[in-house]
Write a protein of this length. Structure first.
Length: 398
């Protein structure tokens, strides 16, 4: 059995006002070529198939056409929801998508009905695999007043494994979550990669393979019990991801009940996200403009650094020149060159002035909220969810 493991398409994504639709079309086209040439039996999409709860019709058409094309060549697909997806929307589409040979898991299955979270798939040669499925495990579902998020999530994953192991077939765990030993790319929502709401690799039982989404950087996490794999996003989602970072998907091969292969397959990118920083005092911007012109199709983010002696007129002049001569510019930010101080935090850690480490700040506030103020975990979750709502609205406005 040959399985393609992908996730984090973020269909509908925009960088500034620049749509990533052509990047999505490109990577889905490359996947389809691979699926045909390598005779793939099954495709699993491990969450964040969409970037926002509401998606433009033309983007929906691109996504649904992909699955219809897979159905036409008799390839089965399995989709789970991620933290960016609308569970209600995916659930509403689930019965219709079944007609296209697509199985959708939009919601976390109640532990009392854990059998429903095991989906057995059999390929044309009679090879069977049990998919143990866990859509995005929201802290609202797993955090308890007298038990940690990790402990409750670990219990659920163990239940999944025990149920899947009742029949002696390979068990592939499919989820969208944060393993604490993983390395985020920097473009995931910071509020969704808090260490308070992660799980250590030691908590994973002996699945044949763990197919994960959520972290945009492709990586394997070593463990003696199982293969824990983030396939990563198939294209750069935002500027926090490195220009030279490999993007693609994983090919999984199972034969006679044994995992034989788990290999990363690279996709060449249609467009690269590039960042440029110019110091008006130190370099001639004309040379930098010529450098940027070498990448006309790539999406660019620019920072102009200036000194107090340089007036607003000089900044406006160069912004105007750049906008008139350079294509696909998301933004031109400005930064005054000043000395950088250090902010001291009450727990002894330090954060440079002018930066906001949301992950760090929320962890510190979480400890203060629960340990010092003696507030309930569920109250902190309400604060966290409200902050997530504010951040989501801010992103949409941007």
């Amino acid at each position: 059995m040959r399985i393609l493991h992908t996730s984090d398409w973020h269909a509908g994504k925009k960088n500034g006002n620049i749509s990533r639709k052509e990047d999505l079309i490109h990577v889905l086209g490359e996947m389809k070529k691979f699926i045909i040439s390598e005779k793939i039996d099954c495709v699993i999409v491990c969450g964040d198939i969409f970037d926002k709860p509401t998606t433009p019709p033309d983007i929906l058409e691109v996504v649904w056409d992909f699955f219809l094309e897979l159905n036409s060549i008799k390839v089965f697909s399995l989709i789970i929801s991620g933290n960016h997806d609308s569970q209600d929307f995916l659930k509403s589409m689930s019965k219709l998508l079944q007609l296209a040979n697509v199985k959708v898991f939009a919601n976390v299955i109640n532990p009392r009905e854990i059998k429903k979270a095991i989906f057995q798939y059999e390929d044309k040669n009679g090879e069977k695999v049990n998919f143990a499925v866990l859509p995005y495990p929201s802290p609202n579902l797993f955090a308890r007043e007298n038990s940690s998020y990790e402990d409750e999530l670990g219990k659920y994953i163990e239940l999944l494994f025990e149920e899947g192991a009742k029949e002696r077939y390979p068990i592939v765990f499919v989820s969208h979550l944060f393993v604490s030993e993983s390395i985020p790319s920097g473009t995931e929502k910071e509020i969704s990669v808090l260490t308070s709401y992660s799980i250590r690799k030691a908590k994973f039982p002996q699945f044949s393979y763990c197919a994960l989404g959520h972290i945009h950087k492709s990586q394997k996490i070593s463990t003696t019990a199982t293969e824990i794999v983030y396939c990563g996003s198939p294209y750069q989602i935002d500027f926090g991801e490195r220009e030279d970072e490999n993007k693609g998907f994983y090919l999984i091969e199972i034969s006679h009940g044994v995992l034989k292969k788990a290999e990363f397959e690279k996709i060449d990118q249609k467009r690269v996200l590039r960042q440029f920083e110019f110091d008006i005092e130190k370099i001639q911007i004309e040379k930098s403009i010529e450098e940027m012109k070498k990448y006309p199709k790539d999406i660019k983010k620019i920072k102009l650094k200036y000194s107090e002696a340089q007036g607003i007129r000089e900044i406006v002049k160069w912004k105007t020149v750049i906008n008139s001569e350079i294509e696909n510019v998301v933004s031109i930010d400005t930064e005054e060159k000043t000395g950088i101080g250090i902010l001291e935090i009450s727990d002894g850690s330090e954060i440079p002035e002018g930066t906001i480490d949301l992950n760090k700040l929320l962890d510190i506030y979480h400890k203060y909220f629960v340990n010092e103020r003696k507030r309930k975990e569920e109250d902190f979750l309400k604060v966290r969810e409200k902050l997530a709502e504010i951040m989501q609205k801010s992103e949409e406005e941007y």
